[in-house]
Design a protein around this ligand. Sequence first.
Ligand code: NAD
Length: 429
Amino acid sequence: MVLSPLVPLEAPSPAHICPADQACSYLEAAARELHLDQGVLTILSNPRKVVTVSIPIKLDNGEVRVFAGHRVQHCDILGPYKGGTRYHPAVTLQEVSVLAMLMTWKCALLGIPYGGAKGGIALDPNRYSVNELERITRRYTSELIKDIGPSVDIPAPDVGTSAREMAWMMDTYSMNVGHAVPGVVTGKPISIGGSRGREMATGRGVMIVVREALAKQGRAIADSRIVIQGFGNVGSAAALLLHQAGAKILAVSRGSGGIFAADGLDILALKAYSAEHDKNLKGFPGSVPISNAELLALPCDVLIPAALENQITTDNVDQVKASIVAEAANGPVSLEADRALEARGVTVLPDILANAGGVVVSYLEWVQGLSYVFWDEERVNREMEGLIVHAFQQVMEQSQMRQVPIRLAAYMLGVGRVAQALIDRGLYP
Ligand code: NAD
């Protein structure tokens, strides 16, 4: 047995008392507007539980490698924790903490009885075989066995994970407790209790908020030119639905680069092409290659960052030409860039609203699993659309009524609901 060096585990530190400047700035701004008590703000600034586990795995070549896996549970005042599981080389405890907090505000904004959590392992899933990924996922799940469960914490897919990983997590949890527990994860295959519509849900939510925002400007999807960074779960679903609604999708990209077509891309054909070409976009007939930097600077009506955090920053915000930026990814616009866009009158649809379609359908999947009654896709989409449109309208009303930016309005609604629940429940003991 060959032992490779341990991936250094990051111990939870006081630095995680407030996950990151950006997340805390938005929270603090909302708290100021809401005149929240300092004690309430301090509680909401802290994750309730931070877990880091060591995941030792035998690789296919016999070598043993140890990964660090995190799960941060921010707040369960309104209900069980809920949040994705990310496999990406840049995963850190800090990042997972920020994303867990975002989930708390997102669920509260959408009126879903969950609290925020997030998990992740720092690894590049493309560098491991399916068997290795299965062992990693199963060991990670069993290390977290006491911290997750259908009424405790319900993981879902995120960057680098999919229905496949959720099935492994569900099976591992079920084998440990001795019976099938479909409600322990969402975003799982339909064969084991997954919901119809879940795969496209986050992209569908993005399409709905873009449609509503365009309508507020007196425009329609069919007359719009759209650019999308990231062509994964979320980006490709949003691209397809917007394309089917008549938009011109001028450009899309992956980490390896993107493609541009002045007359718009045929997204259905592109999905098929990408599947046949090892996820590559380059070489798609009728398109020219484009870098990610060029893509973000393209003239368009709607720019949809659907990849990772911090893609629009002070370095490139001046080049953004879109009149609407829809944050399909979590935290793709930095704090300073957000202020610059706001000052220029660009409509920024914040992540906690724009990408909430996924958690809404996760919630609907959990509800179906608990009731053992499963709905058709039309019903799932209808229920989801109702919740997203309602939240969109509430955010716009709040923004107008309080004369605050859209993001701050969304935070005020999310944070305000959690704070009120905390005040009503009181502080134990
Ligand atoms: P994914 O792994 O399926 O896709 C990510 C895409 O981004 C890939 O196409 C990848 O090649 C691309 N990418 C990575 N780095 C890039 C770069 N520098 N430039 C351009 N493209 C790059 O992940 P996903 O599930 O689609 O998640 C994307 C974002 O949406 C993340 O921020 C995630 O947290 C957020 N989100 C996802 C869901 C969900 O249901 N999957 C729900 C809410 C929010």
